[in-house]
Design a protein around this ligand. Structure first.
Ligand SMILES: NC(=O)c1ccc[n+]([C@@H]2O[C@H](COP(=O)([O-])OP(=O)(O)OC[C@H]3O[C@@H](n4cnc5c(N)ncnc54)[C@H](O)[C@@H]3O)[C@@H](O)[C@H]2O)c1
Length: 437
C-alpha cells in the first residue's frame, strides 16, 4: 500500500446508507443520534474512544484516533437506507427491541424522519423473509440503475459531500463464485440476463462501486467479494471491506484461540452453540442462509491455529458451530463454547465460556467505525480491499494468494500501523531494544 501524500479533509456532510433497517442498522443510527444529543456514550467504538500511541514509549504521545486522522464528525453524518418493510427507523427500532423505549422516545422525530427507500430484494436468496417495499419489474441491470438513482437523489436531497454504503441486510443463501463474477463485463452481462449467481447484495455493491462509493458488507454473503466487483472497486477508486461483523462468539474465539496457540496447547475439539431470537436468528434458521454463516464462523480457527504447521496440536480438531432460533431471547444472544484442550504430555483440560451478549450493541460501534474509516480510506486515495479493517470482520477480505489474518491483536496492530503510515508516523514494531542501549 502506498502512503497517500495528502488525505482530503473531512469537510461537509457524510451520508451513511445502510441496506436493511433491522436490529444492527437501527441500533447504529439511534446510537449515533443519542451520542450526538449527549444521551449516551459511544462505547466500543475505536473511532470515538480509541487512542493510538505515537513514537517511543518515553514520548508520552497517545492522541485520540479521531484527533490523529481526519474523520467525519458525528454531527456531520446523515443516515439513510433501504428495507423491504416500510417502517420508519423509529418503528423498526421498536420492532428490533434492542434499545429502551425511553431512549427511543427522546430521539423519535429524528428517527421517524428516516424512512427506507424501496429495496432490491428476491426471496430466492433470503427464504424466510418477504415484504412489500420492493422495487419491481425490469432486469437486475434496471434494478442496479434504480439503486444508483436512489443514491444520487439521497446525496442531492441532503446536500452531502460524500457517501458510504454498508450491507446490513439479512444473510443470503450460500453461493460460490461463478462465471458471472469473473470480470466486470461478465457481471454486467449477468445483470442484463438476470443471472441467478447475482443476489440482491451484489446489485447494491455494484451500484455503490459504480458510483465510486466505499462499500462494506456486515453479513457473510459473498456480495462484493468476487473478482468482477473488486475490479470495479479498483477502477472507481472505491474502498471495500467485509465480510460478517466480528461481534459475539467469533470475537471471543479470536481472543481465546491465539492465547491457546501462543502457549502451544493442543485443541481436540471446539463446540460452539448459540440461542438467538431476533429476525437475524429467524433468517439463519433456514439451512441455506445458515450455511453461509457457518462457513464464515468455522474458517476462523483453521487460520488462527494453523494445523498444517502444528498437526500434532490441531490436526484432529473437531469444530462444531450451531445457531438455534429461540424467540424468547430476542436480540440478547447466549453463546456457549466448550473447548477440549490438552497440555504437557497430552493431559486433557476443558474451558467453558458462557457469553450473554447483546448482538446489536456489539455490532453498532463496528458499523460506525467501518463507515468512518472507509470514508477516510476514500479520501486517502485507497481503492479496493482494505485489509487493515480485518479487525472488524469474521471473514476478512484479502488479496488473492494471501491467507486472511484472524488474530484480533495482529489485526489491531495492523489497523493502528495503517493510521500511523497514513499520517507519516513511525510504525510500531514493539521491538524496543533502543530502550536498553
Ligand atoms: N448483530 C450482529 O452482531 C451481527 C454480527 C455479524 C453479522 N450480522 C449480520 O448483519 C445482518 C443484519 O443483522 P440484523 O441483526 O440487523 O438483522 P435483521 O434481520 O434485524 O435486519 C436485517 C434487515 O435487512 C432487511 N433486508 C433483507 N434483505 C434486504 C434487501 N435485499 N434490501 C433491503 N433490506 C433487506 C430485512 O428486512 C431486515 O429488516 C445479518 O446478515 C446478520 O447476520 C449481525
Amino acid at each position: 500500500m502506498k502512503k497517500s501524500s495528502k488525505i482530503a479533509d473531512a469537510t461537509g456532510k457524510l451520508g451513511i446508507l445502510l441496506v436493511g433497517m433491522g436490529a444492527v442498522s437501527t441500533t447504529t443510527i439511534a446510537g449515533v443520534l443519542a451520542v450526538r444529543r449527549g444521551l449516551g456514550r459511544p462505547i466500543g467504538s475505536l473511532t470515538q474512544m480509541g487512542t493510538v500511541r505515537l513514537g517511543k514509549r518515553t514520548e508520552g504521545r497517545s492522541p485520540q484516533i479521531k484527533d490523529f486522522v481526519p474523520l467525519a464528525a458525528l454531527d456531520d453524518v446523515v443516515f439513510g437506507g433501504w428495507d423491504i418493510f416500510e417502517d420508519n427507523c423509529y418503528e423498526a427500532a421498536k420492532t428490533a427491541g434492542v434499545l429502551d423505549g425511553e431512549l427511543l422516545e427522546q430521539i423519535r422525530p429524528e428517527l421517524e424522519a428516516i424512512t427506507p427507500m424501496s429495496a432490491v430484494f428476491d426471496r430466492r436468496y433470503v427464504k424466510r423473509l418477504d415484504g412489500p417495499n420492493v422495487k419491481t419489474g425490469g432486469s437486475k441491470r434496471v434494478l442496479a440503475e434504480a439503486l444508483r438513482d436512489d443514491i444520487r437523489r439521497f446525496k442531492e436531497q441532503h446536500q452531502l459531500d460524500r457517501l458510504v454504503l454498508i450491507w446490513c441486510g439479512s444473510t443470503e443463501i450460500y453461493l460460490t463464485e461463478s462465471e458471472a463474477h469473473a470480470s466486470i463485463e461478465a457481471f454486467e452481462r449477468g445483470l442484463e440476463a438476470n443471472d441467478p449467481g447475482i443476489p440482491s447484495s451484489m446489485i447494491y455493491a455494484y451500484a455503490a462501486l459504480k458510483e465510486g462509493i466505499p462499500y462494506a458488507n456486515a453479513a457473510p454473503n459473498l456480495s462484493a467479494d468476487v473478482p468482477a466487483l473488486l475490479q470495479l472497486a479498483q477502477q472507481t477508486g472505491s474502498p471495500v471491506a467485509g465480510k460478517d461483523l466480528k461481534t459475539g462468539q467469533t470475537w471471543m474465539k479470536t481472543l481465546v484461540a491465539p492465547g491457546i496457540k501462543a502457549r502451544l496447547l493442543g485443541v481436540e475439539g471446539w463446540y460452539s452453540t448459540n440461542i438467538l431470537g431476533n429476525r437475524d436468528g429467524e433468517v439463519l434458521d433456514d439451512p441455506e442462509s445458515f450455511k453461509t454463516k457457518e462457513e464464515s464462523k468455522k474458517s476462523v480457527l483453521d487460520y488462527i491455529l494453523q494445523p498444517n504447521l502444528y498437526p500434532e496440536l490441531y490436526g484432529k480438531l473437531c469444530h462444531v458451530v450451531r445457531i438455534n432460533y429461540y424467540p424468547p431471547r430476542g436480540d440478547n444472544k447466549e453463546g456457549w463454547d466448550n473447548i477440549d484442550i490438552f497440555g504437557w504430555l497430552g493431559y486433557p483440560m476443558q474451558l467453558k465460556i458462557n457469553f450473554l451478549c447483546r448482538d446489536s450493541i456489539l455490532a453498532a460501534p463496528i458499523v460506525l467505525d467501518v463507515a468512518l474509516f472507509l470514508d477516510l480510506a476514500k479520501r486517502a486515495g485507497m481503492g479496493g480491499i482494505q485489509e487493515w479493517l480485518s479487525f472488524y470482520f469474521k471473514s476478512p477480505m484479502h488479496a488473492p494468494g494471501l491467507y486472511p489474518e484472524h488474530d484480533l491483536f495482529i489485526q489491531l496492530m495492523k489497523l493502528k500501523n495503517t493510521l500511523r503510515h497514513l499520517q507519516g508516523e513511525e510504525l510500531i514494531t514493539h521491538l524496543g531494544l533502543e530502550y536498553y542501549d
